[in-house]
Design a protein around this ligand. Structure first.
Ligand code: 5AD
Ligand code: SF4
Length: 476
């Protein structure tokens, strides 16, 4: 189960599969959400054009970049520790350039250069195109910073270099930023205003992935269901769009339909859905296409309407339940997962119990559970008191985790004694004789390798057993 109770992803070193004639070496480590990992692929692509190839060897790096996460304090602490290790290397090799990218760069801005004396480069999530220029400054021994947020940047024309992958599953980012302003969340401040990417560039990227042998695409956005394209400009100006633009606008359901139709032979996933923006139309598109995986990540954060109000979530407990009922009705085989924050400002024992009862109602397949972490700059930080003692947060967190473990096991049992289509993603970490892959509902399956099967194959697997985190099967 530990795998399901993921904190942010920790420092994965990303390298490209093929190596060109480039001579300079980039050590690129990423933390946090899928969006950050997807951004690292854009950064690698930009720097590939500047003579850099990625490396896993710190010793040979000319440039170290850390793509960072600010979502919880712990994520930032991890990055600071890592930076001090890199700084020790830089003391011995002063020509080494160290840069911080992503949300922490955006949040701390020049503070980074002041506090962490050995950081040379600070670049926010919307400024990666400026990296070549910024690196010229560092070549001259100067520090360089660009943390300007953009209302338009989507990196639509940059073809990401797929890093650290299996050549089978890939992310395609379709929106950037978030306008929701949940009071606990730093994302609107670090990733800026929400904007959607040109559908043609999305479809082209998907087609290119298919022609390169990819078998699964996950469409990514902080708030994916509010995708809206009407010929450019941020979503908020839709009221100012012309009649023609309004008539030809493309929403997420339409985009999802287009991707599913354009790429019939591969699987499509998407993340993250926010309850207030998820329309029934998306559910009908999911039901219509076999190649859209039956899985929705639907963060709820709390099961209590009063907490949801304090969080400035734009839905109540009842509205969330209504949406879950709709999902069960329109896409009955759909798996649902959640994000829950426990111990938010003023959370009472009754409100905590409402979260537990909501979890029981929904019967989530799995979830990502966090103790509330007060983030400077957020509305909660400015207006509310982080008043739930650490021991209570931790006790409540344990309660929701153990409930989720039980629910996960119950859900996993419903997948046993059935045959599922599975995409083989790699060799199981526990045994080299076993493949691992996922069923449509996103649950991981392990099964013994048989002759002729390889990574990227779709196979039928008969599942006969499970734990709360893994299905166990045999090729049928
Ligand atoms: N403290 C704890 N968890 C948080 N998240 C976002 N901000 C915070 C915070 N300040 C969680 C939410 C969100 C997920 C990506 O991270 O559950 O959905
Ligand atoms: Fe943060 Fe809320 Fe936006 Fe998610 S929807 S990124 S939690 S502000």
């Amino acid at each position: 189960m530990e795998k399901e109770i993921l904190e942010e992803r920790q420092g994965e070193i990303l390298v490209q599969e093929s190596v060109s004639k480039n001579t300079k070496k980039l050590f690129l480590e990423s933390y946090g959400c899928q969006m950050n990992f997807s951004d690292s692929e854009i950064v690698a692509s930009i720097l590939n054009g500047e003579g850099y190839n990625t490396t896993t060897e710190l010793e040979e790096a000319d440039l170290i970049l850390l793509n960072t996460c600010s979502i919880r304090e712990k994520a930032e602490q991890t990055v600071r520790k890592r930076l001090s290790q890199f700084n020790a290397i830089k003391r011995k090799r002063p020509n080494l350039v160290i840069g911080v990218l992503g949300c922490m760069a955006e949040r701390l801005k020049t503070k980074f250069l002041e506090e962490e004396h050995l950081v040379d480069l600070v670049v926010g999530p919307d400024a990666y195109r400026d990296l070549p220029n910024l690196l010229k400054n560092t070549d001259d021994g100067r520090n360089a910073i660009n943390v300007i947020l953009s209302k338009e940047e989507t990196y639509a024309d940059i073809s990401p270099i797929r890093l650290g992958g299996n050549g089978v599953t890939a992310f395609v980012s379709i929106t950037r930023g978030c306008d929701n302003m949940c009071t606990f969340c730093v994302v609107p401040f670090t990733r800026g205003r929400e904007r959607s990417r040109d559908p043609h560039s999305i479809l082209n990227e998907c087609k290119e992935l298919v022609s390169n042998g990819y078998k699964e695409i996950t469409l990514l956005g902080q708030n994916i269901d509010s995708y809206l394209w009407y010929g450019g400009g941020p979503k908020k100006d839709f009221s100012k769009a012309s009649e023609l633009q309004k008539a030809t606008a493309i929403n997420f359901a339409q985009l999802l339909n287009m991707v599913a139709e354009t790429c019939p032979e591969i699987r499509i996933r998407f993340s993250t859905s926010n309850p207030q923006d998820m329309h029934e139309e998306v559910l009908y598109v999911m039901a219509k296409h076999d190649n859209i995986c039956k899985y929705i990540h639907l963060p709820v954060q709390s099961g209590s309407t009063s907490v949801l109000q304090r969080m400035n979530r734009q839905h109540t407990r009842e509205e969330y339940i209504y949406l879950v009922d709709k999902i069960r009705e329109i896409v009955p085989e759909c798996a649902i997962s959640h994000d829950i924050i426990t111990g938010f400002c003023g959370e009472t024992e009754e409100e905590h119990q409402e979260t537990l009862s909501l979890m029981e109602y929904v019967k989530y397949d799995f979830g990502y559970m966090f103790a509330y972490s007060d983030r400077p700059g957020t509305l909660a930080h400015k207006k509310m008191k982080d008043d739930i003692p650490a021991e209570i947060k931790s006790r409540r967190l344990k309660e929701i985790i153990s409930l989720q473990q039980r629910l996960s096991l119950e859900r996993m049992k419903t997948y046993t004694n059935k045959v599922h289509e599975v995409l083989i993603e790699g060799t199981s970490k526990k045994s080299k004789d076993q493949w691992y892959g996922r069923i449509s509902q996103n649950a991981v399956v392990v099964f013994t390798k048989t002759e002729g099967t390889k990574i990227g194959d779709f196979v039928k697997v008969a599942v006969h057993d499970c734990t709360s985190a893994t299905l166990i099967g045999k090729i049928a």
